[in-house]
Design a protein around this ligand. Structure first.
Ligand SMILES: Cc1ncc(COP(=O)(O)O)c(C=O)c1O
Length: 346
């Protein structure tokens, strides 16, 4: 992989937004208390509380996997089960960390777009009270999903209602919650707290931060002693001000939304511009910043010499292209022209 290749592989490959870096530079003076007891961290916490409500509990974390694993391990016992989609990051892409750290069994529901529904969770409840089976305790959903789809607030409410009716919690992996909010034109609080989510892994890294995630408890009871879980999960940053500054840069104004809108708009543009290229077929609805497409295998090979992106399903010749806050219209036009060349030339 050379440095020169433009990436459509992941929003993880995007740089850090300059305002985020600027905010980190701004707090980079003098000594402050470590581990989050500093003025910058308190300020960022207040900023997030304005978004989610004054009474939520917020814990800054370093990675999305760490946020998911710490959140889930805190609200479960090892004899529990977590129900999620088969596309869920915690099921597919966390190297078994959720299983290792929670001890829980993961039940994964087959899903094309990464979304799951109460009627698909219901069969797992047959295990409740049966000591030979892991006991379902959490439904975990991803907003936006790993396939770029979004849950409508009504769908989240239905899942929360179902979960609470059956003494389960609703966890949301919000690594790309900003993209979902931009797509739905709704607020972060509407999709989470007002929809009945108990606990959120709140992502900023894919939205322009360097390394900034948080666990947000809407169900305050659940937050008890989480500071110890965070430390045991190795997610308590000593120089916390630099994590806090990233949240402050994104969320004290509308930068988070502008970034997400730009990423989403560029994915839409890409999907529109390739829609009439013979041999290219979009396979998922483009709601946020991911485009899934089937291409002739020779075209994939040619294109990958010029651009970095992942093959999603090799058997189907399906690829995933992702955009980010820094993707420009010019990037898309150049990429589309490279796709045309790759498909056209024998
Ligand atoms: C949906 C989702 N959740 C969680 C994560 C984990 O983030 P990290 O790589 O920071 O552990 C990712 C990473 O790409 C993701 O796509």
């Amino acid at each position: 992989m050379t440095k020169a290749l433009k990436s459509f592989a992941s929003d993880n490959n995007a740089p850090v937004h300059k305002a985020v870096l600027g905010a980190m530079m701004e707090v980079n003076q003098g000594d402050v208390i470590g581990y989050g007891d500093d003025v910058y961290s308190l300020e960022a916490e207040q900023t997030l509380k304005e978004l989610f409500g004054k009474d939520v509990k917020i814990y800054f974390m370093l990675t999305g996997t760490g946020a998911n694993v710490a959140a889930l391990s805190h609200i479960t016992r090892p004899y529990h089960a977590i129900v999620c989609s088969d596309k869920a990051h915690l099921e597919k892409d966390e190297c078994g960390a959720p299983e290792k750290h929670t001890g829980c069994k993961l039940h994964h529901i087959a899903s094309d777009d990464g979304k799951i529904y109460p009627d698909q969770v219901a069969p797992y409840l047959k295990s409740v009270g049966f000591p030979h089976h892991a006991q379902p305790k959490v439904i975990s959903i991803t907003q936006a999903t790993e396939m770029g789809a979004v849950y409508q607030p009504e769908e989240i409410k239905a899942l929360a209602h179902f979960a609470h009716e059956h003494d389960l919690y609703l966890h949301m992996d919000g690594a790309r919650i900003a993209n979902a909010a931009a797509c739905l034109d709704t607020s972060l609080v509407e999709m989470t707290r007002f929809s009945g989510v108990d606990i959120l892994s709140f992502g900023a890294t894919k939205n322009g931060a360097m390394a900034a995630e948080a666990v947000v408890f809407f169900n305050r009871e659940l937050a008890r002693d989480f500071e110890y879980t965070r430390k045991q999960s190795m997610q308590l940053m000593s120089k916390m001000r630099y994590v806090s500054a990233q949240f402050q840069a994104l969320h004290s104004g509308n930068l988070w939304l502008e970034n997400a809108r730009q990423a989403n708009a560029m994915a839409k543009l890409l999907a529109d511009r390739v829609s009439d290229i013979p041999g290219v077929r979009i396979t998922q609805k483009v709601a946020t910043n991911a485009v899934f497409a089937i291409l002739p295998p020779t075209a994939i090979e040619k294109l990958q010499r010029r651009y970095f992106f992942y093959i999603w399903d090799a058997a189907k010749h399906e690829v995933r292209w992702m955009t980010a806050f820094n993707t420009t219209e010019q990037d898309i036009e150049q990429f589309v022209s490279a796709i045309r060349d790759a498909v056209d030339s024998p």
